[in-house]
Write a protein that binds this ligand. Structure first.
Ligand code: FA5
Length: 372
């Protein structure tokens, strides 16, 4: 079967499904291009004949609609089922680049002089019928993607986004959150200090203080952003990472509001069948404090490698805002109460996309980023 006959059939009709066969087929097409360009170059034709032949060769391969590359696009790539389109697409892009680089009318011998002169090229500019060079589009970073997804769920519930600086005062990061200098829990956050009164924020919780002072109550905010800790990198820890904090302050806010909202959130993010569990915990800025876990999204709670056979995945810290924190934010704890949570965005992205190594997010490896 000739290349022209093969280009008119689909890969299915050609009986090709596996990557070896497809690779060989594309290699055969490249060889055919090489052969035709070669024999064109070897012919000793007059300049005007040569220009004419160059155009015929270009049209045969590159003409829009009926050229062989267009047919291959239509019959091989577009007709391929989604599962194998990535592999066929990669082969096709390579082929198209090869064809355009080899069958460039102006660079084929004898063609340039005559075609340029005949077409008055200087006046006409570039040939817009030639296929363009394809530039690959970038994609949204998975951490940004998940951050936006988390934000959207809370925006849908009436929360608004509030941000704060990454270089923060020790007071906002610790003291105002009920963690005085002498308090041993300061050691829980491995802090990078800039000087004695300034640091790289260890969590997004200081934005709670800023927002309460700025807006007062009632207040419904989520505060995404970068945090820093002096930690050795491993599969789940990074010295820079992202958190998103949630804060609701209003009259008559109870732990039931916290549970209801976070349960709704988990179902939105991981799916309607998700169950949630709250266990007591300790944070100096919330009282009572809790850890929220969700039934494992991979095994539905049966137990698997990801949830270490427990059926549950710990998602975030949360609790009722400590009255002293409300006071430091300029809000009267006798009148208002609130709940808050804080979670790591990379951990959510790892769960969502089944990624085992947090460092992947920060290595800028295109092979990793391309998947999103
Ligand atoms: C806090 O930072 C609290 N501020 C959260 C909070 C807010 C609790 C409001 C109660 C009310 P924690 O230190 O556990 O808590 O960090 C929260 C999340 O940040 C962790 O669950 C984890 O997902 C993420 N995280 C913490 N350290 C790192 C790290 N080094 N690398 C990547 N993610 C991290």
């Amino acid at each position: 079967m000739t290349i022209d006959e093969k280009a008119a059939k689909t890969l299915d009709e050609l009986g090709l499904a596996d990557s070896n066969g497809v690779g060989e087929l594309f290699a055969e097409v490249r060889a055919a291009i090489e052969c035709e360009v070669d024999s064109f170059r070897r012919r000793e034709a007059s300049d005007s004949d040569s220009a004419c032949e160059a155009k015929t060769l270009r049209d045969r391969w590159l003409a829009r609609g009926h050229g062989l590359i267009a047919q291959i696009d239509q019959n091989w790539l577009k007709a391929t089922p989604k599962e194998s389109r990535g592999m066929v697409g990669a082969e096709f892009n390579r082929l198209r680049q090869y064809a355009t680089s080899q069958i460039d009318v102006d660079s084929l011998p004898g063609a340039r002089k005559t075609t340029s002169a005949a077409r008055g090229e200087a006046a006409r500019g570039p040939d817009l019928t030639l296929p363009g060079n394809q530039r690959e589009l970038g994609s949204i970073h998975p951490v940004t993607r998940v951050q936006r997804e988390l934000e959207d769920i809370f925006i849908g519930l009436g929360f608004r986004i509030e941000t704060g600086p990454e270089i923060e005062s020790v007071y906002n990061n610790f003291d105002a959150l009920n963690i005085p200098e002498s308090h041993p829990s300061r050691d829980d956050w491995d802090t990078l200090y800039i000087d004695s009164t300034t640091l790289l924020r260890t969590h997004t919780s200081p934005v709670q203080i800023r927002a309460m002072r700025k807006h007062g109550a009632p207040l419904y905010i989520v505060t995404p952003g970068k945090c820093y800790r002096n930690e050795n990198p491993d599969a789940t820890h990074s010295a820079m990472f992202h958190q998103i904090e949630g804060l609701a302050v209003d009259t008559d806010i109870t732990f039931a509001d916290l549970k209801g909202t976070l349960d709704f959130f988990a179902k939105k993010f991981f799916g309607e069948r998700t169950r949630t569990r709250f266990q007591p915990s300790f944070f100096p800025f919330t009282e009572p404090s809790g850890e929220m876990a969700a039934s494992c999204p991979f095994c539905g709670g049966q137990g698997c490698r990801t949830c270490k056979e427990s059926g549950w995945i710990e998602l975030m810290g949360c609790g009722m805002v400590h009255p002293d924190v409300l006071r430091h934010g300029g809000i009267d704890p006798e009148r208002y109460s609130g709940w808050a949570f804080g979670l790591g965005i990379e951990r959510f992205a790892m769960l969502k996309y089944d990624i085992g190594e947090i460092q992947n997010f920060f290595q800028s490896d295109v092979r990793f980023l391309k998947q999103f």
